[in-house]
Design a protein around this ligand. Structure first.
Ligand SMILES: Nc1ncnc2c1ncn2[C@@H]1O[C@H](COP(=O)(O)OP(=O)(O)O)[C@@H](O)[C@H]1O
Ligand SMILES: [Mg+2]
Length: 257
């Protein structure tokens, strides 16, 4: 049985789409049967990173007309499969995010990894996306605002019964004032699976005539190396959630009030 993992953050612009695309590409490169899917159905970006902005069938069609999800899958690098979302607001308004859960569960036996790009926030569409998976990776930058929102997403995932398996710290600039890895782990009560440096090659991916995530384009770049390291950790061993004591769980109940 494969792993259904959502890539979520709370805050927008911290790198969910970037992480979904690059981690998916890296897992495919390691020989894992991998699907990435754009559940940010309002602000669909994932397909654009693979040059799929004019895909004829998208997740919107699946969520509107019950079209088979396989008809919305496109080929990416190293055998990766991609399900983009539609770019028009009219089809977004008709799409029903609650259908996502059934659709994803039907793919569990077919793929080793299904990575789901989650919208920002913790409202209906973000909850539908996270709730359709079994595990979540929290993406954050080492900044207080992103960390506060990451914590809200972590708690939301727990309320939905989805296990947070770790955090990815993105856009690390190594400034002295940034939160340190240990501080982030203590704050989120999560292990950090890896840190992605701020790397201009990542941003460049969007501007190419034939867009591709940096892992498929420039393996030697610092960000690509970091993504590949996280992917081998995920592919090699099942990363288990940090064991929480009874008192930890009790504390989190109080924090939710
Ligand atoms: N490690 C990184 N280094 C440099 N730019 C990055 C990095 N990660 C993301 N970006 C850039 O930041 C912007 C937001 O990233 P994106 O993945 O779209 O965030 P989200 O999906 O969380 O809104 C994009 O322009 C992306 O190219
Ligand atoms: Mg995004």
């Amino acid at each position: 049985m494969g792993r259904l993992i959502s890539i979520a953050s709370g805050k927008g612009g911290v790198g969910k789409t970037t992480v979904t695309a690059n981690l998916g590409t890296a897992l495919a490169k390691l020989g894992k049967k991998t699907l990435v899917i754009d559940a940010d159905i309002a602000m669909a970006n994932l397909g654009m990173l693979f040059g799929l902005h004019s895909a004829p069938i998208t997740l919107h069609d699946v969520l509107i007309e019950n079209i088979d999800i396989h008809d919305a899958m496109y080929d990416g690098p190293f055998g990766l499969k991609i399900v983009p979302s539609g770019l028009t607001l009219s089809s977004y308004r008709k799409a029903d995010p609650d259908k996502l859960r059934g659709v994803l569960r039907s793919l569990e036996d077919e793929f080793d990894f299904v990575l789901v790009d989650v919208p920002a926030g913790v409202d209906v569409s973000a909850r539908a996306a996270v709730g359709s998976t079994k595990e979540v990776i929290i993406v954050t930058t080492p900044d207080p605002a992103a960390l506060a929102d990451a914590m809200k997403m972590r708690m939301t995932a727990e309320q939905l019964g989805v296990s947070p398996i770790g955090a990815i710290v993105n856009m690390r600039r190594k400034e002295s004032w940034e939160a340190k890895t240990r501080e982030i782990e203590r704050f989120l009560e999560l292990r950090v699976l890896g840190e992605i440096p701020e790397d201009p090659e990542v941003r460049r991916s969007w501007y190419l005539k034939h867009p591709l995530p940096v892992v498929a384009r420039k393996e030697s770049s610092p960000a690509a190396k970091a993504f590949l390291a996280i992917a081998s950790k995920l592919a090699g061993t099942k990363v288990r959630p940090k064991k929480r004591s009874f008192l930890d769980s009790l504390l989190s109940v109080f924090r939710r009030r």
